[in-house]
Design a protein around this ligand. Structure first.
Ligand SMILES: Nc1nc2c(ncn2[C@@H]2O[C@H](COP(=O)(O)OP(=O)(O)OP(=O)(O)O)[C@@H](O)[C@H]2O)c(=O)[nH]1
Length: 530
């Protein structure tokens, strides 16, 4: 059985409702003790409420002394002094602090109504206190709350009159009138000041929210730009363009410098800053000297367009580069610094991802020795051409196969290093004669292939002629592993075919056959001519 004091408390609780004591003992309440923060409304009303109740207590004391009504009135008036603290505590510990404060405002009206009755409806006090209650509720909760407040004020006054009998004393004394009038004016001014402070706070919050929205938008745009960009230059250019569109009052630049050689700026982008090539070089040099600095944002010595330049470091967030975001701003304030640090984080992550993505793409598409497309990429491109021909029969494509003659001999005589150099030399020279639309790939060992995605056999003949004129029989110098210099003659066997001559799937094998025919013929010729 619960101790008697607990039974008394439980009398005030509805069945199933948790008593205040239980709330305090529950682990949840203990975990959140000391109490939560009161709602800003509770904080804002604390001072005016304290003033109003203290002032009413003063009025009570004055009337009690002036009319010799004894200490009973003053003693009960002491409750008025306690109420502001109780109300504030209530709003502080409540789960829903705002609702609790609204309840406090209602109780204010009820208490004041009752007290006006205690003071026998002294007219000036009843009017000013009643008006103050109505205004307070109107300001915080609109017409509905004001109506509730009016009802509670009237209810408090009538209720007390019914309990203790109705007395009416329209006037006390001039001194008390002056005291009450002055109190009412001070209260109104205090209320107006609180409202002004609240408005200022709201104004500041709106400005901050707008700024945060711009930051959020810039970060979203950065994500989109990062997805779309095909290389680092585009990524940086687009990101800065969007950032400048969101923050036109600032100018931006970004520098990525090589980690090992900070004086080398690998990528730079500018938006909303007038930086010539010379300025960029000078700024790059300045940033290279700042590598050791650890602060987030540094004020630079440089100024542009009459405004100060600041640099925010990407500080170790890129594996190969050191990055800097430069901003031109009249001054560096806390929101700008926060925005820079957020943007730099995202930009560094997007750049690093893009670098990784490009490296992976490079590995997947390119041949490691020559840097040309590899066989996998060529075969995907050939499949696309075959599909294109199936969908649009008038769309032709062609293939030229090439094989370096005599690589085995070079390997056997001078080693694989020399053989590798022969392969890369052929690749470089072939690249010179290919057009941007031609897909030149290393097909395997010493075999190369060119796909002409929308051309016929004339493209093959054109390139074959260029190879025969400018590569065939040309000499190249190769250094062996032992440091010996060799002069080798380049020789290539060629075979071309196009989709006008055979079925699309057969083009590559036809080109291959023709290349072997060419190789056989050239072998015979070499045998004949020695
Ligand atoms: N150095 C080097 N050699 C390679 C590479 N890939 C393949 N090879 C060699 O290239 C040679 C290609 O063989 P073949 O085409 O029969 O040699 P070839 O001397 O060019 O003969 P023909 O084409 O008949 O003139 C082989 O000896 C392979 O080992 C490579 O990446 N580097």
């Amino acid at each position: 059985m619960a101790p008697p004091w607990q039974q008394v408390i439980s009398l005030f609780c509805r069945p199933g409702q948790t008593s205040i004591l239980e709330k305090f003992r529950s682990p949840v309440t203990r975990a959140s003790f000391p109490p939560r923060r009161p709602h800003r409304l509770a904080k804002a009303t604390l001072a005016p409420r304290t003033f109003a109740f203290c002032h009413t207590f003063g009025l009570t004391v004055w009337i009690a002394l002036a009319e010799d009504r004894g200490w009973a009135l003053i003693g009960s008036g002491l409750l008025l002094l306690l109420w502001p603290a109780v109300a504030y505590g209530h709003a502080t510990v409540a789960n829903d602090s705002k609702r609790a404060e609204f309840r406090n405002l209602s109780l204010d009206s009820l208490l004041f109504g009752l007290w006006c009755s205690v003071l026998d409806f002294y007219v000036l006090a009843t009017v000013t206190i009643g008006l103050a209650c109505l205004m307070n509720n109107m300001v915080t909760g609109g017409l509905r709350r004001m109506a509730v407040s009016m009802a509670l004020f009237a209810g408090g006054a009538l209720g007390w009159s019914l309990l203790t009998g109705f007395d009416f004393r329209p006037y006390a004394s001039t001194g008390i009138d002056i005291y009450q009038g002055t109190g009412a004016v001070v209260y109104l001014l205090a209320l107006a000041y609180v409202m002004y402070q609240q408005n200022r706070k709201i104004g500041r919050s709106i400005v901050e929210i707008k700024f945060q929205n711009r930051v959020f938008h810039a970060l979203l745009e950065l994500g989109v730009a990062a997805n779309r960009a095909s290389n680092i230059h585009t990524l940086l250019d687009e990101s800065l363009k969007h950032l400048h569109a969101d923050f036109p009052e600032y100018g931006f630049a970004v520098f990525l410098q090589e980690r090992q050689r900070p004086e080398v700026t690998r990528y730079a982008a500018v938006a909303g800053l007038r930086l010539g090539a010379e300025d960029e070089r000078r700024l790059g040099g300045l940033l290279a000297k700042l590598q050791e600095r650890t602060e987030n944002t540094i004020k630079l010595r440089e100024k542009t367009d009459g405004e100060q330049l600041y640099a925010t470091s990407m500080a170790g967030r890129l594996s190969l580069y050191d990055g800097w975001l430069i901003v031109r701003a009249p001054r560096l304030d806390a929101p700008l610094e926060r925005m820079l640090s957020l943007f730099v984080d995202q930009l560094a992550a997007a750049t690093e991802n893009k670098l990784l993505q490009l490296a992976l793409k490079e590995t997947a598409e390119r041949d490691g020795l020559t840097g040309l497309y590899n066989r996998g990429f060529f075969e995907s491109a050939l499949q696309l051409s075959i599909q294109g021909k199936a969908q649009t029969p008038s769309l032709e494509f062609a293939v030229l196969m090439m094989d370096v003659d005599g690589l085995k001999v070079v390997n056997d005589r001078y080693g694989h290093v020399a053989g590798d150099q022969l392969i890369t030399t052929v690749a470089e020279r072939l690249q010179v004669h290919c057009r941007a639309s031609d897909i030149l790939a290393r097909y395997g060992g010493d075999e190369f292939v060119v796909l002409f995605p929308s051309a016929d056999i004339t493209a093959v003949n054109r390139l074959a002629k260029l190879i025969r004129t400018h590569i065939e029989g040309q000499r190249c110098t190769i250094t062996t592993a032992s440091g010996e210099q060799l002069a080798l003659e380049l020789r290539l066997s060629l075979g071309g075919a196009s989709s006008c001559e055979t079925a699309a799937q057969e083009v590559l094998s036809l080109a291959d056959e023709r290349m072997y025919d060419d190789k056989t013929q050239r072998r015979k010729q070499r045998a004949v001519y020695g």
